[in-house]
Design a protein around this ligand. Structure first.
Ligand SMILES: [Zn+2]
Length: 387
């Protein structure tokens, strides 16, 4: 059983990358490249749709907010009017009470007046006529009738004054009633407007929800697109290595430093188990996007693109199982499938992707793995710092 397992493992080691032929690998690579291209096209469409959806949501939100403001204004007015209606109602009631009180008083005075008339006619068992006829002469008659007239005039004046008061209050009440009516009408009008605005708000909110759902759907589509992209990128990475493993011909391994001699930068991190390549720093942000990254040898550009961790990446296949990766580039100067010569600029050194400052992350794959497999190796085995 143990020997079987060992044999199986050994077989795997020999056939490992050879499970597929070179032409199959190239076909797979081409297929993956075209899938990536299609995904990128799709991404642009989704991105445009997502932007449109975001704009729609923002516009609808703005509209809803304006409507909220308008509703707020009308609500305030309705509340003010409702306070006014209450105040005018109270005033009208007070005036009504005052009118009632004056009416009562008038009735009382009228009753008094009548009683006085009766009294004037019947006081001391003497009729009004008797009182007048008891006069000694004409002037006495006049003076007696004047006494009665004065008395009656006094009562008449009181009643007249009460009547005038009542009329003034009635007039005031009429004005209050008019104001009250106007307020009530306005309140009804605004309440009706509020009802319409609230209906409109409900409609807008429903539409806003639809738009937000649409935005979420576009966002989900975008995320799916990006996940697919990541998955295909990983498969592409693998197949490019498979191809490198099967590269015909052998490259001698004459490599140069990937920065110009006049500005070679400095090594900021060496290759180790936790670091797949060599970091060459270029002197801070002031040099971001300024220093060229040079192809360490002649070859073919087998990969260009922007990847989350690598940032802007160029991969050059030098043949014989040798690949070089130039990561975190600020810009890329070559295109996919392009032949490059040794020392040709592939891009400008930058800090894109998972990077904290401008530097070149150089990875070298060399055919030094088991069975001649191409594996990541220490770049300093192949290049040296220029003197
Ligand atoms: Zn690095």
């Amino acid at each position: 059983m143990l020997s079987m397992t060992l044999l199986f493992t050994t077989c795997l080691m020999f056939t490992g990358a050879g499970a597929t032929t070179l032409s199959q690998d190239i076909a797979t690579k081409n297929e993956l490249e075209s899938q990536l291209k299609a995904l990128e096209e799709k991404r642009k469409q989704i991105s445009a749709a997502l932007t449109a959806a975001r704009n729609d949501v923002a516009a609808a939100e703005k509209e809803v907010n304006l409507l909220y403001d308008e509703i707020g204004t009308y609500q305030e007015q309705v509340e003010t009017l409702s306070t006014l209606v209450a105040e005018y109602s109270a005033l009208a009631e007070a005036k009504e009470e005052e009118i009632d009180r004056l009416n009562e008083q008038m009735e009382k005075n009228y009753k008094l007046f009548k009683e006085r008339l009766v009294f004037a006619q019947e006081s001391g068992n003497m009729s009004y006529i008797d009182f007048l006829l008891g006069s000694t002469d004409l002037s006495d008659i006049i003076s007696r009738s004047e006494v009665i007239n004065d008395m009656l005039e006094y009562d008449r004046k009181i009643i007249q004054s009460l009547k005038e008061d009542r009329e003034a209050i009635e007039k005031a009440k009429e004005e209050i009633d008019v104001a009250l009516k106007t307020c009530k009408e306005k309140q009804e009008e605004y309440t009706a407007v509020l009802k319409i605005l609230n209906q409109k708000r409900a409609e807008l909110e429903a539409r806003l929800k639809e738009l937000k759902d649409n935005q979420a759907a576009q966002q989900a589509a975008y995320n799916r697109n990006q996940n697919s992209k990541k998955e295909i990128e990983n498969r592409l990475d693998k197949v490019i290595q498979d191809i490198a493993n099967k590269s015909q011909g052998s490259y001698s391994g004459d490599f140069i430093w990937p920065l110009p001699v006049h500005s070679p930068g400095w090594i900021s991190q060496h290759f180790h188990s936790g670091h797949s390549g060599l970091d060459i720093a270029v002197g801070g942000w002031v040099n971001n996007g300024k220093i060229p990254a040079l192809s360490i040898a002649a070859g073919t550009v087998v990969r260009v693109g922007s990847y989350w961790d690598w940032g802007n990446l160029v991969v050059v296949d030098h043949g014989g199982g040798y690949l070089s990766y130039y990561a975190h580039l600020d810009s890329i100067s070559v295109s996919y499938g392009q032949k490059v010569s040794q020392g040709q600029q592939v891009g400008k050194i930058g800090s894109t992707g998972d990077s904290t400052g401008p530097h070149l992350h150089l990875v070298i794959y060399a055919p030094v793995g088991a069975g001649g497999a191409s594996i990541r190796t220490d770049p300093m085995n192949y290049i040296s710092y220029p003197r």
